[in-house]
Ligand binder design. Structure first.
Ligand SMILES: [Zn+2]
Length: 248
């Protein structure tokens, strides 16, 4: 199994323990997501140190106010690393509004341009900004992953545009009926699973910090929602992740 979205540097436990526990749970690959240019270097180090880890590098919308001139250029250099598999997460968050919207938009556009130029998949964070996100993505020619999918309203556009749709621990919550219906309607070739750890621990682990091993609970919820065999869906998600991120 693969966890397609983890923030190892934000977890309290050190990466070697997290990776070992993931392995015990059958999770043999982890895509580590850096949220700033500076964090990107650390993520690449982790990917160099651990065969299980690959890096996704970008400037998170929450970090866009703190981003400095030159950070997108740093990303260009870091993304040339052989263990960097996608640009992200980038996008818009008009719910938290941790950064001015204009600034978020500017960095979103520049990162999409960079991903297009480098022919990299873009991993998208979007919250309370469906229309604006879709508008920007319309011009992006590459592969798109909607990470931590939480907006059922985006499903129609995702299907129409052939985006990958990645579900996190919140799809396991008792109140998430609508999200599970969305998960059932994602084409088999486009579904992914992730933890987004340390956030959003799945129901069986709720209240505790999340970690990559827990992606198996998201897998179980997705299999049930889709009426599919767990092992079949697991193999399907592995294949999808290999395609979406050009993994070896
Ligand atoms: Zn994330």
């Amino acid at each position: 199994m693969i966890d397609t979205h983890a923030h190892l540097d934000a977890c309290a436990d050190p990466p070697p323990s997290l990776i070992a526990r993931a392995r015990e749970a059958g999770v043999t690959r982890i895509l580590d997501v850096a949220t700033s240019a500076r964090a990107g270097r650390r993520s690449l180090e982790l990917a160099e140190e651990h065969d299980e880890v690959f890096a996704i590098l970008g400037i998170h919308p929450h970090e866009s106010a703190a981003a400095r001139a030159g950070d997108v250029e740093s990303l260009r250099e870091l993304l040339g690393h052989r263990r960097a598999v996608a640009l992200g997460e980038t996008g818009l968050d008009f719910f938290r509004d941790y950064a001015p919207r204009q600034r978020q938009l500017e960095l979103f556009k520049r990162q999409l341009d960079l991903a297009a130029e480098l022919d990299l998949t873009a991993v998208i964070h979007t919250r309370a900004a469906d229309d604006e996100t879709l508008r920007e993505l319309e011009r992006f020619p590459g592969t798109v992953v909607l990470h931590c999918f939480s907006s059922p309203g985006l499903l129609a556009a995702a299907r129409e545009r052939d985006y990958y749709v990645s579900f996190a621990g919140n799809v396991t919550y008792p109140s998430a009926e609508e999200l599970r219906s969305a998960a059932a309607a994602v084409p088999a070739a486009r579904i992914l699973a992730e933890t987004d750890c340390p956030y959003l621990a799945p129901q069986p682990r709720r209240g505790r910090p999340n970690e990559p091993a827990n992606v198996i609970h998201t897998l179980a919820a997705l299999a049930e929602a889709r009426g599919e065999d767990r092992a079949v869906l697991e193999a399907r998600i592995e294949a999808n992740a290999r395609a979406a991120f050009s993994l070896p």
